[in-house]
Design a protein around this ligand. Sequence first.
Ligand code: GLU
Length: 275
Amino acid sequence: MTITRFAPSPTGHLHLGSAYAAWFAWQRARAAGGQFLLRIEDIDTQRCRTDYTDALITDLDWLGLDWDGPVRVQTEHLGDYRAALDGLKRRGLVYPCFCSRADIAAAGSAAHGPEGPIYPGTCRHVSPECRAVRVACEPHAWRLDMQAALAQIDAPLVFTEHGEIRVCDPARFGDVVLERRDTPGSYHLCVTHDDWLQGVTLVTRGEDLLETTELHRLIQALMGWPAPAYAHHVLLRDATGQRLAKRDAATSVHVLRASGATADAVRALAGIPGL
Ligand code: GLU
């Protein structure tokens, strides 16, 4: 059975681009007689707000997009992500990182990966004794030891995108953060964990996350989680070619609705055909 999901981070109101992303996942599930899930990815508690979550649920419903089963809210399941990370700790595939953003900037890594400067690996070289002491008393994140992780993978990593096989090269991400210092989890760990836990068979999302999928395939392979198929869709852009942003009121479903636009009109603006 096809199971898709829409997994927004509630850092602002639903905009036309996210409405399109929600519809894209919804129609793939509905066309296949499958299930469409809604998941709130709110682990970034500095930026996410529950009133945005409530508003986006109202807006999706108003647009005529219905979902199956209860909404999964990531902050209600932090123990799940801790357990996944504990497994990686036991296997020696993650290490604690005590560096602040300023430390990393000062280290001046010349190498850039898909998410910006590659972590120079400073804390990979901290001795086990020193690590144990520092973990007990200093704020820290947990990073994937990329070389150790890749050494566990014996066949080339691939994923299916619109039926085509794509080969992954996650090494260029470097030692990514799997648990942030402020919250037990990270986008990469939580999204792959939940897609597995919820039995998602087709991950649909914007083409801006295409490269990230290569890293997600590595995490899935390390954890023994089966690979879903992927369909990355084009992003909606404004007249100047800029990606739509949550801060832009002109493209907010909430604002358009409040100003009297009909659901049909908003669907048309989002490129959603009549339901
Ligand atoms: N939560 C992510 C976002 O709002 C998307 C997650 C995903 O589709 O992988 O950008």
